[in-house]
Ligand binder design. Sequence first.
Ligand SMILES: Nc1ncnc2c1ncn2[C@@H]1O[C@H](COP(=O)(O)OP(=O)(O)OP(=O)(O)O)[C@@H](O)[C@H]1O
Ligand SMILES: O=P(O)(O)OC[C@H]1O[C@H](OP(=O)(O)OP(=O)(O)O)[C@H](O)[C@@H]1O
Length: 227
Amino acid sequence: MSLTLALSKGRIFDDTLPLLKAAGIEVLDDPEKSRALILRTNLPDVRVVLVRASDVPTYVQHGGADVGVAGLDVLLEHEAGPYGGQIGGGALLRPLDLRIARCRLSVATRTDFDYQAAVRQGARIRVATKYTQLARQHFADKGVHVDLIKLYGSMELAPLTGLADAIVDLVSSGATLKANDLVEVEHILPISSHLVLNPVAAKLKRERIRPLLQALQSAVSSSPALA
Ligand SMILES: Nc1ncnc2c1ncn2[C@@H]1O[C@H](COP(=O)(O)OP(=O)(O)OP(=O)(O)O)[C@@H](O)[C@H]1O
Ligand SMILES: O=P(O)(O)OC[C@H]1O[C@H](OP(=O)(O)OP(=O)(O)O)[C@H](O)[C@@H]1O
């Protein structure tokens, strides 16, 4: 029974590799050295497909992959979006927090911006973000009107150029904010990457997926780096 795993290049691929290895799966091709998007593993019935981080939920939901690894930021944004529901397949299953690629979703502004005044009930704020669904929910919960500006990267530039008052973005060390004279003014959500499953594959390939899940679970709980 074959199994297709969707991963994104970079930190998710790098951090998932040791967990897969502990579960007996070794990826044979190096994505940094090859342009191939389908990677072989030591198991003839298991392959890895390389997709954009934000495309992992789509691939897994529609059965382009059985299993995937994606950040909670990407998963929640996908679920809240127009394609996150039942169109073309059931909702994704999210059975395991892999505790890798850890960071947080936060609001950041220029140091001279009075965020507390800007988010008084009934106020209006301009926010630039890649995470429009999550940002909309966050400000709606606070009772703040928000004008959202969708960006695909370099969010930090938005408050510096007058495009927005604030950004909603991922923060880990804080170095990117610091380098751009921005300050984190509110934490929204802790983030890590999760294993996701296609619901149909979870049923039809139960016998193949269950041991993988168990092996990953024990790799996660015994990984000192993740403690
Ligand atoms: N600085 C960081 N530290 C730790 N984890 C992070 C950091 N930035 C992002 N992540 C996590 O890693 C995931 C993948 O991030 P990555 O930078 O590889 O993709 P991306 O460039 O954001 O995605 P896309 O290619 O779809 O635009 C994010 O969804 C998030 O969960
Ligand atoms: O707090 P820090 O440790 O500086 O990390 C935060 C940065 O990390 C992410 O970008 P990433 O490195 O993924 O770049 P990209 O979004 O351009 O891929 C995020 O969008 C921030 O810019």
